[in-house]
Design a protein around this ligand. Structure first.
Ligand code: SF4
Length: 369
């Protein structure tokens, strides 16, 4: 007997995955979604508060996954010691694999799984795609809800006749001339898969989704085994403003660390916040976020500093220890630089994270979405 397809959604503690859970619960209550969160043991208290509130709103348990759960230490410290006290960094990100991805893959096992990912319609990235063939990612906020691997397979040139056949089969009574013209144009260096995808989506998102769903039946993707998938009829695209609106209107609220706080430097007012969820010491933070941690959660800042003292030569920031960063002169200079940058920023968004994001690295999709 074939295994039942599971639907799962990872709650990172960030705004986008929380908003996605709210959105899917309200719009597609028929989907029986299992919620989970991977707890590194080093999250901010604001993250735990968000997860508790979300659990009440969803009326469903959010399963807490913890790597190395039999260890006497929390997940991060357990692997930190195994890795010889090497702090993770953007070039050696063992933490994401060990604390987020491995527990997730263990949680889903070998059953077919649809994993919903909260990457927004205004973001240009793909996020984590599991190498496990039983996991299929779906992106409900984007214009294309499909993962890159599905689109690459569907739109490869050898598939042109099959795609035309599916369009003709599903939409006999529709004028398909322009769509067929687009499908017939081979992908090349001058006409990329992305361009072809956009043109087809611009014609009609719902009919494109129906074609993909039909195509998946010829493959081993988890959705290929399903007879019905309601998101095929979804043509909404949600961007950052929509996410904040969803969170506020639901009553769950925006994670508290996003809320701007005022500070003063050289008689000028500035505002800071934290831009992302994840471990309090995450190396993806900007300097101004470290200052926020130092001033708003001094105990956590001290703990982050202790890790730097445990092994010579290791710092969370590439070129500066937290000891140096937390001197009065350095904090003032970081604030001054940030206020100047904020004033010069072309971003007129009311959200500070837009300004922080302007220079933010992509970061860790599993931790921050
Ligand atoms: S939040 Fe940062 S430190 Fe924590 S697991 Fe993710 S990438 Fe690693």
């Amino acid at each position: 007997m074939s295994k039942k397809t599971r639907h799962v959604l990872g709650i990172s503690g960030g705004k986008d995955s929380a908003a996605l859970a709210i959105y899917l619960r309200n719009k597609y209550p028929e989907l029986d979604i299992e919620y989970y969160t991977c707890d590194t043991g080093k999250e901010l208290s604001e993250t735990y508060e968000l997860i508790d509130k979300l659990e009440v709103y969803l009326g469903k348990k959010i399963t807490r996954l913890m790597a190395a759960e039999d260890s006497s230490q929390d997940p991060f410290d357990h692997f930190y010691n195994i890795y010889g006290r090497y702090l993770p960094s953007s070039s050696s990100r063992w933490c994401t694999k060990k604390l987020k991805l491995d527990p997730f893959e263990e949680f889903v096992g070998t059953e077919p799984v649809i994993s919903y990912v909260g990457i927004r319609g205004d973001e240009d990235r793909e996020g984590y795609i599991s190498k496990k063939t039983n996991i299929q990612s779906i992106f409900p906020f984007r214009k294309s809800i499909w993962s890159e691997d599905v689109i690459t397979k569907l739109l490869k040139n050898e598939n042109i006749p099959a795609v035309i056949e599916i369009y003709n089969f599903l939409f006999k009574d529709k004028d398909l001339n322009r769509i067929i013209e687009i499908v017939n144009q081979p992908v090349s260096t001058r006409f990329t898969i992305q361009q072809k995808l956009n043109l087809l989506l611009d014609q009609d998102i719902k009919s494109f989704n129906a074609v993909v769903f039909e195509y998946l039946k010829l493959t081993d993707y988890p959705l290929g085994k399903e007879s019905y998938f309601p998101l095929i009829d979804n043509d909404e695209i949600l961007v950052r403003d929509d996410i904040f609106k969803l969170l506020r209107e639901s009553g769950v609220g925006v994670p508290a660390y996003y809320e701007k706080m005022e500070f003063e430097i050289d008689g000028k007012k500035g505002e800071y916040a934290r831009s992302r969820s994840g471990c309090y010491f995450c190396f993806f933070q900007q300097k101004i976020e470290w200052v926020w941690l130092y001033e708003q959660h001094p105990d956590l800042f001290e703990k982050a500093k202790e890790y730097e003292n445990l092994k010579d030569g290791f710092t969370w920031n590439q070129n500066e220890s937290l000891e140096t960063l937390s001197t009065t002169e350095r904090i003032e200079s970081i604030k001054r630089e940030f206020v100047n940058r904020t004033n010069k920023s072309k971003t007129k968004s009311p959200y500070l994270i837009d300004i922080l994001d302007d220079t933010e690295e992509e970061g860790c999709a599993s931790c921050f979405i």
